[in-house]
Design a protein around this ligand. Structure first.
Ligand SMILES: *[C@@H]1O[C@H](CO)[C@@H](O)[C@H](O)[C@H]1NC(C)=O
Ligand SMILES: *[C@@H]1O[C@H](CO)[C@@H](O)[C@H](O)[C@H]1NC(C)=O
Ligand SMILES: *[C@@H]1O[C@H](CO)[C@@H](O)[C@H](O)[C@H]1NC(C)=O
Length: 569
């Protein structure tokens, strides 16, 4: 199959081919609900980061419903021309019978469309049965003097399910999975979330020191559990093969061992027994020690995953959970976890609060502060799960920002398929789910969030394994029939349009679109370059006039249903 997207590799990238990183095009496959990129032992797609040689140069990296996946085009600002990101065209690819090998080296010069050529393109798109679409236009004003939040980063989660699935792949494919997410040629992730003990994406519920019961000294917590021995080895391998220098791992416990809980069960209406408040703080310190001893330093922990599951939602949530009210958690934090952590060798661990849905923000923290006025001073960050974002608007994030402006705010869990009305199994190839990610990343970043950690980096074809069948979608889906391939979903690229080009330390800057045809957010990176994410969710192509307060003007036409990252100096 010809990778048309590859044809856009422009002059810009040719100039860059000096370094050892390499660009490999996506092997696109039509599947039930759209298109995926297929990775096998001998082929997996990567994109070397575009570099700019001249101050007027730009690069634009594009993905589209029709099949572009990180296609790259380059050009210059202030040229009296309109640039066009041409969409992937499957028909031509099939017609021409080009093999991948051929297309890989068939690099053509960048495509510059003058205004007249553009008319032909418009006709072209009519032929493609988009007769009703009329090119729309928008002006994007970028002002780097107006600075907002600083980015902490982006990442995914290494759950028990991820560990179990990954372990069944040959080493080369395991490495492709790790590099696809964490290498600079991959998505450039720098954050990761793991569970302390088990979570629902495990083969069964588990915690440290399940036995002996009633043992507040945690005498059985001297070594890593076998499941963590495997997971730690895998994450170390991930660090090695991806070349990541500063992986930041954030951890959270889903539940204490049942004997510490009021209902002596993994799930249901259960809270921590008062007499074990200190033991539960010690449990966190002991786990940090175990990780350190085994060579995997931890960046952050939270006060516990989704505390409201065990208070309000026990009839729906069947997986391991432990309930907290904000009042009780304030006491635990103020008298136990906070002082224990801050007086330990792990005093610099970043501590996140809440780790639950947006609708509890910022009320949760106000209630905590009401119960124990300085309990929230122990928190460095606030982490939020995205699951009800469509119902509870971003103003709750703005209120949180106003209430606690100095805390790091990140999304710590997201995935699609958790709701009864969503088809819970993965939808292979769904562009719509990729769009949903793009829209949500844009909204949260526009409202001051500093980072995002997605849920499982890989799941099987039915969206598991999950020990209570709480199956969902993931950015990569495994082939568990053969373990010879895995599939990168559109969601993978949607996240990459942010994570790959917006490194830690980037600062959001003003980027204002003149109308709703463009959804956008822009950043000034530590290297001084501007990265602007451009999302055209419309059915028509879109002329974007970028007006930068320093660099000047650029006109670029992007296809329908497409997402881009524009880079320039
Ligand atoms: C593509 O392959 C088909 C079937 O093998 C063949 O009939 C056709 O002529 C080929 N087209 C080109 C342009 O080579
Ligand atoms: C927390 O409560 C104390 C005591 O009422 C108050 O002085 C402080 O301003 C509150 N903190 C915040 C962030 O509102
Ligand atoms: C997994 O691989 C097998 C064998 O090649 C194939 O039949 C099956 O369709 C693949 N599964 C998916 C989800 O593509």
């Amino acid at each position: 199959m010809c990778q048309r997207s590859f044809l856009f590799l422009g002059i810009l990238l040719i100039a860059v081919i000096g370094s050892q990183a390499e660009t490999v095009p996506c092997k696109l496959r039509n599947v039930d609900n759209g298109k995926v990129c297929v990775c096998s032992e001998d082929h997996c797609d990567y994109l070397e980061n575009p570099t700019l040689e001249d101050v007027n140069e730009f690069a634009i990296v594009s993905s589209s419903k029709q099949g572009l996946r990180f296609a790259t085009l380059g050009g210059e600002f202030q040229k009296d021309e309109k640039y066009t990101v041409a969409d992937y065209e499957e028909s031509e690819a099939t017609k021409s019978n080009l093999t991948e090998e051929v297309s890989k080296f068939d690099v053509i010069a960048l495509l510059v469309e003058k205004a007249t050529a553009f008319l032909e393109l418009a006709e072209d798109s009519q032929k493609n049965s988009r007769a009703s679409s009329i090119t729309r236009s928008v002006t994007l004003s970028v002002d780097r003097s107006k600075q907002h939040q600083k980015i902490v980063g982006f990442g995914g989660s290494f759950t028990g399910a991820v560990s179990y699935l990954t372990d069944q792949y040959p080493q080369k494919l395991q490495d492709h999975l790790y590099e696809s997410f964490y290498a600079a040629d991959g998505l450039g992730f720098n954050l990761m979330r793991i569970s302390i003990g088990g979570c629902d994406f495990d083969l069964g519920p588990w915690a440290y020191n399940e036995q002996p019961e009633g043992d507040a000294t945690l005498s059985a917590m001297e070594e890593l559990d076998d499941r963590d021995v495997l997971r730690v080895a895998q994450i170390k391998r991930l660090i090695e093969v991806s070349g990541i220098e500063n992986l930041r791992i954030k951890a959270a416990a889903w539940s204490a061992p049942p004997w510490m809980k009021t209902n002596n069960r993994w799930t249901g209406f259960g809270r921590l027994k008062r007499e074990y408040y200190q033991a539960w703080a010690d449990y966190h310190i002991k786990w940090l020690e175990l990780m350190e001893k085994n060579g995997l330093p931890i960046w952050a922990i939270s006060t516990g995953n989704e505390p409201l599951n065990g208070i309000f939602f026990m009839y729906f949530v069947r997986f391991m959970s432990m309930g907290w009210t904000p009042q009780k958690q304030a006491v635990w934090l103020d008298e136990h976890l906070g002082p224990t952590l801050r007086s330990s060798k792990f005093k610099d661990i970043v501590l996140f609060g809440n780790d639950d849905q947006r609708w509890s923000f910022p009320h949760w923290f106000k209630m905590m502060n009401h119960t124990r006025p300085h309990s929230i001073d122990y928190l460095d960050g606030l982490s939020v799960h995205w699951y009800w974002d469509e119902i509870f608007g971003p103003s709750l994030m703005d209120e949180t920002n106003d209430y606690l402006p100095d805390k790091i705010r990140i999304v710590s869990e997201s995935c699609i398929g958790d709701k009864p009305w969503q088809k819970s199994a993965p939808l292979l190839g769904s562009w719509e789910r990729g769009e949903k990610y793009a829209r949500s990343f844009l909204q949260n970043l526009q409202h001051g969030l500093h980072g995002w950690i997605d849920w499982n980096i890989i799941l099987d074809e039915i969206g598991g394994p999950n020990y209570v069948d709480n199956t969902v979608d993931a950015p990569v889906i495994a082939n568990t029939t053969t373990f010879e391939e895995f599939y990168k979903q559109p969601m993978f690229y949607a996240m990459g349009h942010f994570s790959k080009f917006v490194p830690e330390g980037s600062v959001r800057i003003d980027a204002i679109a003149s109308n709703v045809n463009l959804n956008t957010v822009a950043f000034e990176r530590p290297d001084g370059q501007i990265a602007a994410v451009l999302f055209n969710s419309g059915r028509a192509d879109l002329d974007i006039t970028v007006v930068d307060s320093v660099r000047g003007t650029l006109i670029i036409n992007v296809p329908p249903k497409s997402i881009h990252t524009l880079l320039y100096s």
